[in-house]
Design a protein around this ligand. Structure first.
Ligand code: GLN
Ligand code: ZN
Length: 719
């Protein structure tokens, strides 16, 4: 997206018809040029090309898309839907054009292509053939297109080519592994004369896959993520094929921490002994798409914290420094500055908080659950809340108008006083409360007008978090996120939401939901410290949120929603690691609310993702009510319950899609609810939209919610 999101702004201005296609192409070409020159200037030898995309890295490959999340990242990509009749042809010559473009600038690059097997494995079978169609049966159809691209790249003068085959780190059966053998055998003659790098990342490569990989025809180099894939190191030591290049991914491409250069150098020395001096290439662990761009633009970061960090621009300098050191030209000053920063990070009092460490350590091994079971709790809550059947609610945020954003911005820039700010936010909350009462919604929200972002809002009030000004990472299309940096032990110096929630509750007799972001989501949407296990950081956040939950309860808030929008996203790629993650993630969630009274109703909310395979963990979260995004997933969610999974807590599968401006009719919503009633007990079903309403307009939200309440009321009369 560029160091200051240049591409995002150019794209959006083009979409708004404020600039021409040529303007956009100019911004894009300038960005490519500056990245290539920057890498060449930093001394990088194997510089990738064809990594640039206007919109999505994989879109250029197909005509028909679904939507999926990129492995365990917050990057969403568009997934081709392929059926038996698909016809592939060589459409975009982008790989070649970009190669030539760089060459004209004097930079000889390594064109990067998604490998043919991963491309197929990451696609989805088209509608109607989901169960019967094997994506790999298309290999014979797609390889001829790969051959055309490879030949053209060769003719253009490329001497290296990289295939990304990240699916090799997943649990693949022998049939799928065979596809790699077949594909590269088939490509062998076309690839001859080229150096071919197969790149894997995000986890270690399982032993079986490693064997397959090591024996591929036509391949001259292998790239491994040695940050997340520490077990791969052992495989390399025992069975790395002779005479091949090793691209050793020792610099973390997924995070923002400065590399421990001394440690990396000793790993590299060891690897050099195995693969030979001339065959070892120093590399980042994966592409730099998932990290921030350049630390140089961070003018507001604390100096000490800044010395611990490396964004993409700094990572390539680290890569070069390591390669130079291997070649006997160690930059002693650079290495000792790095060692000093590593040491300061280890000993800094701002990182360690003994009390927090102790409290988090004490959690381990023991279970944290509410004392009473969920059905008894729901009875106790109902006595207090007295809700109708099919209660209605929303997920939290209400539309954020330009005016509202302006108020927040001016308060932050100290252009308006705290009193004026509080007054403006109170007015906004009051408006949202009155609207919900008019709409006759049963459980209200305050609308979250004081929040810019559901993670940043909490991070700013917790200790152990730092914020960047330009640390943007692409999330979807032109959308970027700016994850907070968790650098130290997390604690909560003061209540974070109690003032706003109790203010909102005082405006209405109806129950007002307290609204919190859960520990797992805060963790998964931040850059997390790498000097302790993720679960420890998560437990610390859980304890901070627990304090907040208990303060809300004391302030008279009887319903508290703890969003875990990103719980599914953190699921490790490998099945063998999933149970452990789910265990501590779900445990963290339960820690936040294990101390509340039976009469306090705990809600949670989850965004679109594939829930079916983690449904038992969702049940184990033991929330009283869960609202889940549902309307885009083809009611897949409901099929779990149809297949007999027992669910006793309250559940609100979204009844309409908030991502679309379309206003759903009462009949349509009633129809949806009826479908849910066919598989779920009427006394546990809630009626709510899919997600928060932040990005919608009031002109859409009002009629949609009106129809939603009407549908609930209609069905109540029929039950
Ligand atoms: N409470 C949040 C909101 O309504 C939830 C957002 C989310 O799930 N992504 O905005
Ligand atoms: Zn959501």
């Amino acid at each position: 997206m560029g160091p200051k999101r240049e591409l995002k702004f150019a794209l959006e201005s083009f979409w708004d018809k404020k600039s021409s296609a040529e303007d956009l192409e100019k911004v894009a070409a300038d960005l490519r040029t500056s990245i290539w020159k920057q890498m060449a200037g930093a001394g990088i030898k194997y510089i990738p090309s064809n990594t640039f995309s206007y919109y999505d890295q994989r879109k250029c490959f197909c005509a028909c898309y679904g939507n999926d999340q990129g492995f365990d990242t917050n990057y969403h990509f568009i997934v081709p839907e392929l059926g038996p009749d698909v016809h592939f042809s060589y459409a975009s010559h982008k790989a070649v054009t970009e190669y030539k473009e760089a060459k004209a600038l004097g930079v000889d690059t390594v064109p990067v292509l998604v490998g043919p097997v991963s491309y197929l494995l990451l696609s989805k079978p088209a509608k109607g053939v989901e169960k019967t169609f094997s994506l790999l049966s298309l290999l014979g159809k797609i390889l001829p297109v790969y051959k055309e691209v490879i030949s053209e790249l060769k003719a253009a003068g490329a001497s290296w080519i990289q295939f990304d085959e990240p699916t090799l780190v997943m649990d693949l059966d022998s049939h799928k592994l065979q596809a790699f053998t077949d594909a590269y055998s088939e490509l062998e003659s076309t690839l001859s004369g080229l150096n071919v790098l197969i790149e894997t990342y995000f986890a270690d490569v399982p032993a079986e896959a490693f064997k397959t990989l090591a024996s591929l025809k036509g391949v001259t180099a292998y790239g491994f993520d040695l940050v997340r894939g520490t077990k791969t190191l052992d495989l390399i030591k025992s069975e790395f094929p002779k005479g091949k290049y090793l691209f050793a991914g020792v610099v973390d491409g997924r995070n923002i921490w400065a590399n421990d250069l001394a440690a990396s150098l000793s790993t590299l020395h060891e690897l050099e002994g195995i693969v030979g001096k001339d065959k070892l290439v120093v590399s980042t662990s994966c592409s730099l798409l998932h990290t921030a761009v350049d630390l140089i633009n961070e003018t507001k970061l604390d100096k000490e914290i800044k010395s611990w960090l490396a964004f993409a621009a700094q990572k390539i300098v680290e890569v070069n420094a390591l390669a130079k050191a291997l070649a006997g030209e160690k930059d002693e000053a650079f290495f000792s500055a790095n060692a000093a920063a590593q040491a300061s990070r280890k000993s800094s009092p701002r990182v360690t908080n003994e009390a927090v460490q102790k409290a988090a350590a004490a959690l381990r091994g023991s279970d944290h659950r509410r004392a009473t079971n969920v059905s008894a709790r729901l009875d106790a809550q109902q006595k207090k809340l007295n809700l109708p059947i099919l209660p209605t609610t929303t997920i939290g945020s209400f539309p954020q108008t330009i005016e509202l954003r302006r108020v927040r911005r001016e308060y932050k820039a100290k252009k308006i006083s705290e009193d004026d700010y509080i007054k403006a936010i109170k007015e906004e909350i009051n408006k949202v409360v009155k609207l919900q009462e008019e709409l006759d919604i049963d459980v209200l929200v305050h609308g979250e007008p004081e929040r810019n972002d559901m993670v940043e809002y909490f991070g700013e009030q917790l200790s152990g978090f730092a914020f960047t000004v330009n640390g943007w990472v692409q999330s979807y299309g032109s959308r970027c996120v700016k994850p907070p940096i968790i650098y130290g032990d997390v604690s909560r110096p003061n209540p974070m939401t109690v003032f706003w929630s109790s203010t909102a509750q005082s405006m209405t007799a109806r129950p007002m939901k307290g609204m919190l972001t859960g520990p797992v989501t805060i963790l998964n949407w931040s850059f997390v410290r790498n000097d302790q296990p993720r679960f420890e950081t998560c437990y610390q956040i859980a304890l901070a949120i627990k304090d907040e939950v208990e303060d809300l309860e004391k302030a008279g808030i009887n319903v508290i929603q703890i969003d875990e929008a990103a719980l599914r996203e953190g699921l490790p790629l490998r099945k063998s690691e999933q149970a452990f993650y789910l265990d501590w993630a779900v445990h963290s969630f339960r820690i936040t609310n294990c101390g509340v009274q039976d009469t306090t109703q705990i809600h949670t909310h989850m965004c679109y993702s594939n829930f079916n395979d983690i449904i038992h963990s969702i049940i184990d979260m033991d929330a009283d009510v869960i609202t889940i995004e549902n309307s885009r997933s083809d009611e897949k969610l409901l099929s779990v319950f149809r297949e007999g999974v027992k669910y006793g807590a309250g559940i609100g599968p979204g009844v309409y899609d908030i991502h679309s401006p379309r206003i759903p009719s009462t009949e349509e919503i009633a129809d949806r609810i009826n479908k849910m009633l066919a598989v779920l007990e009427k006394n546990i079903l809630w009626v709510n939209p899919d997600c928060g309403l932040k990005t919608r307009k009031y002109s859409e939200v009002k009629p949609a919610l009106n129809n939603m309440v009407a549908a609930a009321k209609l069905l109540r009369t029929q039950l």
